[in-house]
Design a protein around this ligand. Structure first.
Ligand code: ADP
Length: 306
């Protein structure tokens, strides 16, 4: 099995449940408080490790208890956090999330150390990045640093998977480092400036992304599954039927499944099928990381729906 290197954001979500959003200056009593580990980088690394892969994480935390405790979580989950830098003078990435009784939420996000993952910090992890067979990243950290890491991985011969989330403009040069780009519908629309509602829209937008420099596009389509578009053609890989409860981090889980499939030497259709199974299972319980499945669970789902 090839080694996987995940580069990306490390966040802690502090969630309070409150009866209603309160006015400026007002104090309100909430009903619940919970802390969740998240960030697309952390999510993808943990999802890949649960599937049994050899996963190293490159990222950044602040000099605080949130960061230190997340490092422990990574170790417990089997993620090697050797590439996680501790950046002095900033906090670990943090999201303050208020959830009102009607389900509406309000989020204040502090990128903290994620915004400081510069080219210099990436260069310090060069050996880790260059020894990976599969390199996966997203766009929640400092972008020039993230694409610098992708270039190192690409030039060292790794298969590079970009999750273009949150979507932002990307140059042709940056796209040229990536073997697979995996936007959901909203991200595909934002990256291309084209509407993406139907499968036909998605295919046209994916073709535009290919003309902009991407080699292959995997458009994540929720319960429908995923549309693969390459220069040669396109194919829809149907999603698995599950009882979805919470789709947070379904995209991260999908990407982890795809990376692990490729790392195991699966064919492209087999890696996509595994990705669909992992994405589907991740939706079956509340929380981003709680329902990320093991390989055994993913295989069971794949065997049950041929
Ligand atoms: P994102 O989380 O990035 O918005 P999606 O919602 O499209 O991405 O989910 C990513 C993948 O997870 C999908 O392509 C699919 O494989 C799987 N998935 C998501 N939601 C469901 C669902 N309700 N049922 C089955 N599979 C799902």
């Amino acid at each position: 099995m090839k080694k996987i290197c995940v580069m990306g954001s490390i966040n802690v979500d502090l969630t309070v449940s409150i009866p209603r959003f309160h006015a400026p200056g007002e104090t309100i009593e909430g009903t619940n408080f919970a802390t969740f580990t998240g960030g697309k980088g952390g999510n993808q690394a943990i999802a890949a490790a649960r599937l049994g892969a050899d996963v190293t994480l490159v990222g950044a935390i602040g000099e605080d208890d949130f960061g230190r405790s997340y490092l422990e979580t990574f170790r417990k989950e089997g993620v090697n956090p050797a590439g996680v830098a501790v950046v002095p003078g900033v906090s670990t990435g943090t999201a303050l999330i208020e959830v009102a009784a009607d389900g509406d939420n309000r989020i204040a996000y502090i990128p903290g150390a994620n915004g400081k993952l510069t080219e210099a910090l990436i260069d310090a992890q060069r050996t880790l990045i260059e020894s990976a067979g599969v390199f996966m990243f997203q766009m929640e950290t400092y972008l020039p640093g993230a694409f610098h890491a992708a270039r190192l991985a690409h030039e060292a011969g790794a298969c590079v998977i970009l999750d273009p989330a949150p979507a932002q403009p990307v140059s042709a040069e940056w796209l040229s480092y990536c073997d697979y780009v995996t936007p959901n519908e909203t991200e595909l629309a934002l990256l291309t400036g084209m509407p993406v509602k139907t499968i036909e829209d998605a295919e046209a937008a994916a073709r535009k992304l290919i003309s902009m420099g991407a080699k292959a596009v995997l458009n994540k389509r929720g319960p429908q599954g995923v549309l693969l578009v390459t220069a040669e053609g396109s194919q829809l890989f149907k999603g698995f039927k599950v009882n979805a409860v919470d789709t947070t981090a379904a995209g991260d889980s999908f990407n982890a499944g795809f990376a692990v499939g490729l790392a195991m030497g699966d064919s492209l259709p087999d890696a996509i099928r595994l990705a669909n199974a992992v994405g589907a299972l991740s939706t079956t319980a509340a929380g981003a990381q709680a329902a990320m499945p093991t390989m055994a669970a993913a295989k069971e789902l794949m065997d049950s729906q041929r």
